[in-house]
Design a protein around this ligand. Structure first.
Ligand code: FE2
Ligand code: FE2
Length: 186
C-alpha cells in the first residue's frame, strides 16, 4: 500500500482479496479454515468501515443519484455484518457453516460488483486525483487499527476461538478509528 494509491484502487484491490479468501475458505478445513475465516472477518471490518464512514458519505454528496445508490449499499452492508456475526457464532466446524458461507459469499460479491459499477466509477469521475488520494487515508487508518491474527509458532496449536473477538465489536472499533480520522483536519 503506497501513498500514491487512491481510495478506489485500494477498495478494488480489497474486493479481489475478499473474493480470493472466499475461494480459499471453500477448500479449507480445520485450523486453516479458522485462520482464513479470521482473515476474512478482519478484512471485511477494515474494508466496510472505510466505505461506511468515508467513501459512501462522499459518494452520497458527489455522484448523481447518490442518496438512492448509497442507501442500498448501506442496507446490504448492514445485512452482511449481521450474517457474518451469525457465521462467527456458528463456528467454522458447524455442519451448516459451508452452506451459509457460500450464500454469504454470493451476497458480498454481488454487493461489491454493485459498488464498482454504480458507485466507484462515478466517484472517480466526480473527484480530483488529489481528493481520491486523500480519501485513501481512511483505508490506511482502518488497516492500522484492526489487529492482525497472531501466527502461532510451529508446533503450537491455534486456539478454537478467534483472537480478534466477535465481528461486531471489531467493526465498531475500526469504524470509530476511521470516524476520528475523518474529523481530524489534515
Ligand atoms: Fe461495501
Ligand atoms: Fe466494497
Amino acid at each position: 500500500m503506497t501513498r500514491d494509491q487512491d481510495v478506489v484502487d485500494l477498495l478494488l484491490a480489497q474486493h479481489e482479496e475478499i473474493k480470493s479468501l472466499f475461494a480459499r475458505l471453500e477448500r479449507a478445513s480445520g485450523a486453516q479454515k479458522r485462520d482464513l475465516f479470521e482473515d476474512l472477518v478482519r478484512l471485511l471490518a477494515v474494508h466496510e468501515a472505510a466505505e461506511e464512514e468515508v467513501v459512501h458519505p462522499t459518494a452520497r454528496r458527489n455522484i448523481a443519484s447518490g442518496e438512492a445508490i448509497v442507501d442500498k449499499r448501506l442496507q446490504e452492508e448492514d445485512e452482511a455484518k449481521h450474517e457474518l456475526a451469525e457465521l462467527y457464532d456458528l463456528g467454522v466446524d458447524h455442519p451448516d457453516f459451508d452452506a451459509r458461507l457460500a450464500k454469504f459469499a454470493e451476497a458480498v460479491v454481488h454487493h461489491a460488483t454493485r459498488e464498482e459499477t454504480e458507485e466507484f466509477a462515478k466517484l472517480r469521475d466526480a473527484l480530483s486525483a488529489d481528493q481520491l488520494r486523500t480519501l485513501a487515508g481512511a483505508v490506511r487508518t482502518a488497516e492500522a487499527t484492526a489487529p492482525t491474527r497472531p501466527h502461532p509458532a510451529a508446533g503450537e496449536s491455534a486456539t478454537a476461538n478467534l483472537a480478534l473477538g466477535p465481528p461486531l465489536a471489531l467493526f465498531d472499533r475500526v469504524r470509530d478509528a476511521v470516524r476520528d480520522w475523518s474529523r481530524t483536519p489534515s
